[in-house]
Design a protein around this ligand. Structure first.
Ligand code: SAH
Length: 239
């Protein structure tokens, strides 16, 4: 946690917050904070700044906050991701939040196991918690939006074409002829497949919707590796 993300319910007044739970534990055990210490804070979907610890006990910490800096610029990227297996999903979500991805679409695909959709990590609270961890890691406040689409064909036929308007649309698929582009400055949409990859039918449907198939070289990467490699390849240093 390189920044404590503050939510509306944490505020006692415009410049006073009360922290409990995970963030308090982090202050006590990792940062070993004391009254008088200053820590980086940010308000969800708002400004960042610092918090001065006024009081710290085992059950709560009161901070006086001063929020006067802008959060880093978001990546102009829509990420369309075949639902990863639960163990990987949590980490992928945190990574996306840390990289500055703000628009995440979780979609079905032939090689997504049905049971993946049952994971508790998809609950509202767990999505928010993992995205928060990613934002706190990277010092950002803009909460990504996650959309869940459990049917591939209706999503690709009915929703995807509109989503791709004005964007460079790509599907990452090993063995394609075109290498993944670099140094983009324009908005993009990127589709990443499941552990077993998209099927040829699915790649065809994504192409029909307007996506260009691109490869990342001969090494096949796990989804959790492919996500940061593709994102940082598309946008220089994720600035
Ligand atoms: N066995 C699958 C690989 C899946 S890897 C196959 O051969 O298709 C999971 C996802 O990561 C892929 O669907 C793709 O979107 C992305 N990916 C991983 N390595 C890649 C590469 N070398 N080129 C393009 N995409 C890659």
């Amino acid at each position: 946690m390189n920044l404590a993300l503050l939510f509306d319910e944490d505020f006692l007044s415009p410049d006073r917050v009360l922290l409990r739970g995970r963030r308090l534990e982090h202050l006590n055990t990792v940062l070993k904070a004391c009254a008088g210490d200053r820590i980086p804070v940010g308000r969800v979907n708002g400004a960042m700044g610092h918090g001065d610890v006024l009081r710290l006990t085992d059950s709560e910490a009161e901070l006086q906050v001063n929020l006067n800096q802008k959060a880093p610029a978001p990546l102009p990227l829509t990420l369309i991701l075949a639902m990863p297996r639960p163990k990987m999903f949590r980490r992928v979500l945190q990574t996306c939040a840390s990289l500055g991805v703000k628009d995440i679409w979780l979609i079905n695909s032939y090689k997504v196991e049905k049971s993946f959709w049952q994971t508790p990590w998809l609950s509202e609270d767990n999505l928010r918690e993992n995205l928060t961890l990613g934002l706190e890691q990277a010092k950002d406040t803009a909460m990504p939006r996650v959309h869940i689409r459990k049917l591939f064909k209706p999503f690709v036929e009915d929703e995807l074409p509109a989503l791709l308007v004005g964007k460079r649309a790509l599907v990452a698929h090993p063995g394609m002829a075109t290498p993944c582009p670099t140094h983009l400055s324009e908005p993009a949409a990127l589709c990443i497949g499941p552990e077993g990859g998209f099927t040829d039918y699915e790649v065809g449907k994504l192409e029909e919707a307007g996506c260009q198939s691109v490869h990342l070289g001969p090494r096949i990467l796990r989804v959790e590796t492919a996500v940061p490699v593709l994102v940082s390849r598309l946008y220089d240093g994720c600035l």
